[in-house]
Ligand binder design. Structure first.
Ligand code: NAD
Length: 503
């Protein structure tokens, strides 16, 4: 294939892999859906069909849950010593690394993620998540209790059971690995539903898991749509927990389905509208490029995108000028091209939705500083777009757009910006740019969000729990918290003396 650079003559030559896995993965086998139906997955660069993928339904979810239930209730996985589970997970991490180019290319075709970042970051990070949790699998400890009566007491941490993972399309690899690795380490079995827009990589990972030695039935993948496969998972009576990442709207539905079925545990990682706060003591030359990346990374399709950029009045003009300067070197184009900063939006629907918000921003009275148009070429490409004169109550300042659209707002004081940054239903992340330690400390403690990054952005790490406050959800991915959500606590008490008079 070739990647073009904004009309440039430069071409790249990357082998597009053949799609090998398009069927459901149930009980260790690739199978057709019971209905025999398929759906198309589209390349956002060309708007062409990449492959037809098995379209699962409630009956396929039943079959996947049956396999996962059997593997949990009677299979070896939950009963293996943690160190043995860890060994298999390390093998899986090795296999991911061995297939890194193919996996990165699949994500570029299916999701429009940058290929260079796929290799360096997304798939590589996926392997690292398996390594991190492989190391934790034999360190799952309970506590010895100090009982008030003559009893020996201790707690056991046990796997929660069969988990349903429902994941979105923006980072298919990382979402899969971040959910599956801790659940595997805990000893759970699972049914994974990748997003219908990006179903391919989850099937590839399931294949690698089998090669690594994960027993049949432990990981099952059912591809298909949210209202069918997703709804069947969240309402299933034999699933013990749903771990979901996606929109707040779907989060409501999943919680309702859990509440009206078997009261399964629910963990929700939802949307965001994160503030990126720039105080006037910073070096604008350093912070402007960071702000751009915080908003535009992955085409703006990242839940923690720093889309509300608050800039203190003393440096406001200089900051805006510097942003425009930076944008001159920002390249939109084929995500296989290593020179490209921004690829296409994932689907036509998302592309149209982003353009709709841009029009709304203009109608609401914000000033369109730059961008705002689709690129004149095939594929779902949109110019990086910056609005100034944005008011806090404008829709573009309140809704999660999930595209390359930044809103810049001016502020005077720290107290004012804390109030305005918190004036959102979301609470996923925040960036604070300042050289003043008192400002950094005060603002980081005052912001109601699950991750706060000071003088950096996307400060993710395998050891750093990530997740929301408020309507951005609850429960954490990553870190030891990300493992503990797949464990439940059993309290055990015994008498030290047979026939104790105490009992
Ligand atoms: P979405 O909620 O539409 O879809 C996410 C997943 O839910 C998909 O697999 C989809 O098929 C499934 N789904 C849809 N309807 C369902 C239903 N009724 N029942 C069960 N499952 C259903 O979200 P999206 O548009 O695909 O993804 C973008 C959203 O995800 C954004 O809001 C973004 O902020 C959020 N997100 C959050 C995080 C985080 O960590 N907090 C990370 C990435 C994305």
């Amino acid at each position: 294939m070739g990647g073009e650079r904004n009309g440039d003559v430069e071409k790249t030559t990357i082998m597009i892999p053949q799609v090998k896995f398009t069927k459901l993965f149930i009980n260790g086998e690739f199978v057709d859906s019971i209905s025999g139906k398929t759906f198309e997955t589209i390349d956002p660069r060309s708007e062409e069909v990449i492959a037809k993928v098995a379209e699962g339904d409630r009956a396929d979810v039943d079959s996947a849950v049956k396999a996962a239930r059997e593997a949990f209730d009677h299979g070896p996985w939950p009963r293996l010593p943690g160190s043995e589970r860890g060994k298999i997970m390390l093998k899986l991490a090795d296999l991911i690394k061995e297939n890194i180019e193919e996996l990165a290319a699949i994500e570029t075709m299916d999701a429009g993620n940058l290929y260079s970042l796929g290799k360096m970051m997304f798939v590589n990070d996926g392997a690292q998540v398996f390594r991190y949790y492989a190391g934790a699998a034999d360190k799952i400890h309970g506590e010895t209790l100090k009982m008030s009566r003559e009893l020996h007491g201790y707690t056991l941490l046990e796997p929660v059971g069969v988990v349903g993972h429902i994941i979105p399309w923006n980072f298919p690899t990382q979402m899969f690995c971040m959910k599956v690795a801790p659940a595997l380490a805990a000893g759970c079995t699972m049914v994974v539903k990748p997003a219908e827009q990006t179903p391919l990589s989850a099937l590839f990972y399931a294949h690698l898991a089998k090669l690594a030695g994960v027993p049949d039935g432990v990981i099952n993948v059912v591809t298909g749509y949210g209202p069918t496969v997703g709804a069947a998972i969240s309402s299933h009576m034999d699933i013990d927990m749903v771990s979901f990442t996606g929109s707040t709207v779907t989060g409501h539905r999943i919680m309702e389905a859990a509440a009206t079925s078997n009261l399964k545990q629910v963990c929700l990682e939802l949307g965001g509208k994160s503030p990126f706060i720039v105080f006037d003591d910073v070096d604008v030359d350093k912070i402007a490029p960071l702000a751009l990346n915080a908003c535009l990374f992955n085409q703006g399709q990242i839940c923690v995108a720093g889309t509300r950029v608050f800039v203190q009045e003393g440096i406001y003009d200089k900051f805006v000028e510097r942003l425009l300067e930076e944008l001159k070197a920002w390249v939109v184009g084929d995500p296989f091209d290593p020179h490209v900063n921004q690829g296409p939006q994932v689907t036509k629907k998302q592309y149209e939705r982003v353009l709709w918000y841009i029009e709304l921003g203009k109608k609401e009275g914000a000033t369109l500083l730059t961008g705002g148009k689709p690129l004149d070429r095939k594929g779902y490409y949109i110019e990086p777009t910056i609005f100034t004169d944005v008011k806090d109550d404008m829709t573009i300042a309140k809704d999660e757009i999930f595209g390359p659209v930044m809103s810049i707002m001016k502020f005077e004081s720290m107290e004012e910006v804390i109030k305005r940054a918190n004036n959102t239903k979301y609470g996923l992340a925040a960036g604070i740019m300042t050289n003043n330690i008192n400002t950094a400390n005060t603002v980081s403690r005052s912001i109601r969000a699950g991750s706060v990054w000071i003088n950096c952005y996307f400060g993710f790490d395998n050891d750093a729990p990530a997740g929301g406050y408020k309507m951005s959800g609850f429960g954490k991915d990553l870190g030891i918290n990300g493992l503990h959500k797949y464990l439940q606590v059993k309290s055990i008490a015994s008498t030290p003396i047979y026939n104790s008079p105490w009992l």
